[in-house]
Design a binder for this molecule. Structure first.
Ligand code: ATP
Ligand code: MG
Length: 441
């Protein structure tokens, strides 16, 4: 993409309304635009990142055996009356009437609808277990929408729902999601610590939240430092191996970790040595629940068991804040100059800077590399605008692409360009004909 032809409305100054760094940076770099309290348009740079995150989430859900569907954003109230949540959900639910005066709502979550879908589609234990998920916009009329996409009213969530014949089978479904979450967040360059959690309005027995450490997080967190030294990437796991999956869950739940809602100071002091006690703030990026028959009972979701008798289905639900993650990753990865995108979620991998736009030789060298990178499938943003080098460097640092390739007349004389790593700041002179080989799609 040529920057001269792109849509990236950079703001010169910090927007006053933004309280935290991720919100500031997302507005400054033209990733999003606020349309109403807690509601945003995703502009091209922001949308690219959102889609990358969504893709990682989808790949890891699929890998764990979950199956993708898509349910509507607007739901009829009837199902919610059956579960008792139509009244219980309160003001956070956006209620709508259609032209026939029927009660509708903009879905804040989908337990009722998916349970009804499953009930109609499966009658026997032979067609189980199943886990169905979708990635869809939700609306919750939050009391205090704030921090940009971190606490929006309209936000993108991945929500999965498991259906099993027994409590034990349901536990395995829960464990699989737990491991899939570890993998998902690790692929985005995040350490999201699983913590025992309250179940809240979703209800249920077993529940964990996954929290990314950040000063601006809304939850207080207390945990054992040992978490940070664990290997967060070694989950190449066979999801059908019940014991192996349970073992990973055991490892990641054996050490103390709790949000302020569940924190027990005495237990913390007993279980965690002084030097290993970490307390701080965290951002909730995922939340998993096991709630057994909470929805299958009121909605009459039963199947025929192996013994021929009808049993109520055992379920759990599993959310990831896809749009919140965009802000969460920035909170965890930035410096004074701007965003530092982890490669797997970066909007482009390479920013190509032409130091002398209008100079035919520099332009030709840049275009040659630009085209070769694109042909190779490497995503590159080419700053071909007529602007001062200093201003171009500042913009490139601000938008945080992992690599910068800088080409100017002086280097060209020696047949070299400069390659800069945004994260480490390391710069290297590289022969022009070696540049393309350094990057892969
Ligand atoms: P919170 O405690 O932050 O209000 P929640 O517990 O109400 O969240 P869940 O029902 O567990 O949220 O939703 C699953 C995930 O969706 C959360 O872990 C979070 O990442 C994301 N999420 C929830 N509410 C919002 C919101 N208002 N804006 C952006 N993401 C959200
Ligand atoms: Mg939650």
């Amino acid at each position: 993409m040529r920057l001269s032809q792109y849509f990236m409305p950079i703001l010169r100054d910090d927007p006053k309304e933004a309280e935290i760094i991720s919100h500031k940076l997302m507005l400054r770099t033209g990733m999003i635009r606020q349309e109403a309290a807690g509601s945003y348009s995703w502009l091209p740079m922001g949308y690219r990142v959102l889609r990358k995150i969504e893709k990682i989430v989808r790949e890891e859900q699929d890998r764990s055996g979950a199956i993708e569907v898509l349910m509507p954003t607007i739901q009829p109230a009837d199902l919610w009356r059956k579960s008792g949540r139509y009244d219980a959900y309160g003001k956070e639910m956006l209620r709508i009437k259609d032209r026939h005066d029927r009660d509708m709502l903009y879905g804040p979550t989908n337990e009722e609808m998916i349970t009804d879908i499953f009930r109609q589609g499966v009658q026997s234990y032979k067609d189980m277990p199943r886990n169905l998920y979708h990635i869809q916009w939700k609306f919750r009329d939050e009391v205090r929408p704030r921090f940009g996409v971190m606490r929006g009213r309209e936000f993108l969530m991945k929500d999965a729902y498991s259906f099993d014949v027994s409590r034990e089978a349901g536990q395995h479904a829960y464990n699989k999601m737990f491991v899939a979450y570890l993998r998902t967040f690790a692929r985005m360059g995040l350490k999201a610590v699983p913590m025992r959690a309250e179940t809240g309005p979703i209800g249920g027995d077993d529940s964990h939240e996954f929290l990314v450490l950040a000063e601006t997080g809304e939850s207080g967190v207390f945990f054992d430092r040992a978490f940070l030294d664990m290997d967060w990437s070694a989950f190449d796991i066979d999801y059908d191996d019940v014991a192996a999956v349970a073992k990973v869950v055991d490892t990641f739940t054996s050490k103390y970790a709790a949000t302020d809602e569940k924190h027990d100071a005495a237990e913390f002091e007993k279980r965690v040595p002084d030097a290993a006690r970490v307390s701080g703030r965290g951002i909730e990026v995922g939340h998993i629940f096991f709630f057994g028959t909470k929805y299958s009972a009121p909605l009459g979701c039963e199947v025929q068991g192996a013994d021929g008798k009808k049993v109520l289905v055992q379920s759990g639900s599993y959310g990831i804040g896809v749009s919140r993650l965009v802000g969460g990753i920035i909170e965890a990865s930035h410096d004074d100059a701007g965003i530092i995108w982890p490669e797997p979620v970066a909007p482009f991998k390479v920013g190509l800077i032409n130091l002398k736009a209008g100079d035919p030789e520099t332009e030709a060298a840049c275009v040659h590399i630009y085209k070769a990178l694109e042909a190779k499938g490497v995503e590159v943003l080419y700053d071909d605008r007529d602007d001062r080098p200093g201003a171009k460097f500042a913009v490139m640092d601000l938008i945080g692409l992992p690599w910068q390739v800088i080409i100017g007349p002086r280097g060209l004389k020696d047949g070299i360009a400069e390659v800069k790593n945004r994260k480490t700041g390391a710069r290297e002179n590289v022969a022009l004909d070696q540049i393309v080989a350094r990057f892969s799609a």
